[in-house]
Design a protein around this ligand. Structure first.
Ligand code: ADP
Length: 389
């Protein structure tokens, strides 16, 4: 049966607006309605500060849409409007009934607390020497691949390393490092990190099934991150690499603000668009006073699998020029190579599976330079490097 948008809109006209005046359709809160089979999706735009309070409105819209002929499931999210002076409109999807259970219970409990105390104190994590974020302005640029190989590069250079997969929307460390299973509790709420290739690893991917739809509210994101950072028995580490979620939205900014970062590495592809996004990443960290350790240009040039020749298919060199122009260190170029893709997707990152390859050398060199910058930042930083809680 074909679902008609008009029928859905007709149903939605019955849902009153936020202040019980008018209806959500005539008030212009409704986005376009996307119909896929018997499922419909749409968003309602509300002021960001009222997103929490308007949860019943979201649920009512979902029920109304589900009442239209032929609709089996309706998913409605609240999209927050931009407040004057805020950099990015936060999108705060709310969990619908069945999905709330996707969030591990301790994290649900922490959500409210995190909300009421935000922003959290930027206290250090005892035992961890330095926390480094790996970030990108947008998804798909190879941020997680870089984070995993950078962590392994630090380790190859003699450091004790952990990796925290903060990309809770799309955790990739279980796959990249070929780790499965669930972390064990050591005491109370404290979890033992998983281990892969000598790295201590924590990821949301270990705590929830890959298939589980994850819909997070903003405060839950911070709470989950705080838990993965502070309620894990990391032990003594020289460095913890944090694989940030892609982008520069509200959640990323809050993470950058909440985690005591020694610095950030920005991953970009040579395309201009990615560089524009990378610039957003840079300004996000600058805004919260996190030093930029440098830019990595990923997929910088293409190595032909047949002839082994090098091709600058993306206008190579953009990131290096951009780094020079804005005065941030350039950490290195990683080629687009099937070997990197295969090893990364196959859970055997190139730094460990082919340590003598030119690619592994590139990553170790990036790690060396990034670490040099961390140490240089420490020298110039007047405040103590590690703050004990
Ligand atoms: P992101 O974390 O930015 O979303 P990923 O690290 O998951 O990106 O990489 C996206 C895809 O690109 C993956 O399939 C990965 O194997 C591939 N990839 C990343 N870097 C390279 C590279 N230098 N050469 C070839 N493939 C790459």
């Amino acid at each position: 049966m074909t679902i008609s948008k008009e029928k859905i809109i007709e149903q939605l006209r019955r849902v009153k607006g936020p202040d019980l005046t008018g209806n959500i359709v005539d008030l212009g809160l409704l986005s376009d309605i996307v119909i896929s089979g018997s499922t419909v999706f749409f968003s309602l735009t509300v002021p960001s500060e009222r997103a929490e309070e308007l949860e019943p409105l979201r649920a009512a819209a979902e029920r109304a849409a589900a009442g239209a002929e032929g609709v089996e499931k309706a998913t409605v999210v609240l999209t927050a409007t931009k407040k004057a002076g805020t950099p990015n409109p936060p999108v705060r999807p709310a969990p619908s009934a069945g999905q709330a259970a996707a969030v591990p219970p301790p994290m649900q409990a922490r959500a409210a607390a995190a909300h009421s105390h935000a922003p959290a104190q930027k206290a250090g994590v005892p035992g961890i020497g330095a926390i480094i974020a790996v970030a990108s302005g947008k998804g798909g640029v190879g941020k997680s691949t870089t984070a995993a190989n950078l962590a392994l590069g630090f380790q190859a250079n003699g450091l004790k390393v952990g990796i925290l997969d903060a990309d809770i929307y799309g955790p990739s460390m279980p796959r990249l490092l070929r780790i499965s299973g669930r972390p064990q509790n050591v005491s109370g709420r404290i979890l033992k990190p998983m281990e892969g290739y000598g790295l201590k690893v924590m990821s949301m991917g270990f705590l929830v099934d890959e298939e589980t739809p994850m819909i997070w509210r903003g405060p839950m994101v911070i709470s989950a991150l705080t838990q993965m950072l502070r309620e894990v028995e990391w032990g003594e580490l020289d460095v913890l690499v944090v694989d940030m979620p892609p982008g520069t939205g509200d959640a990323q900014l809050t993470m950058a603000q909440n985690v005591p970062l020694a610095g950030a590495v920005i991953v970009s592809t040579p395309q201009d668009l990615a560089l524009i996004d990378a610039r957003k990443g840079l300004s996000m960290f600058r805004k919260v006073d996190v030093p930029i350790l440098g830019i990595v240009e990923n997929m910088s040039y293409f190595i032909c699998p047949d002839c082994g020749g090098r091709h600058d298919i993306f206008g190579h060199g953009g990131a290096r020029k951009e780094a020079e122009r804005i005065g941030v260190p350039f950490l290195g170029e990683v080629p687009l190579d099937m070997a990197i893709r295969e090893t990364s997707d196959g859970g055997t990152p190139v730094v460990v599976s082919a340590p003598d390859s030119p690619h592994a050398k590139v990553y170790r060199e990036i790690a060396r330079q990034a670490w040099e910058r961390v140490e240089a930042e420490r020298q110039t930083d007047k405040s103590p490097a590690i703050v004990f809680e």
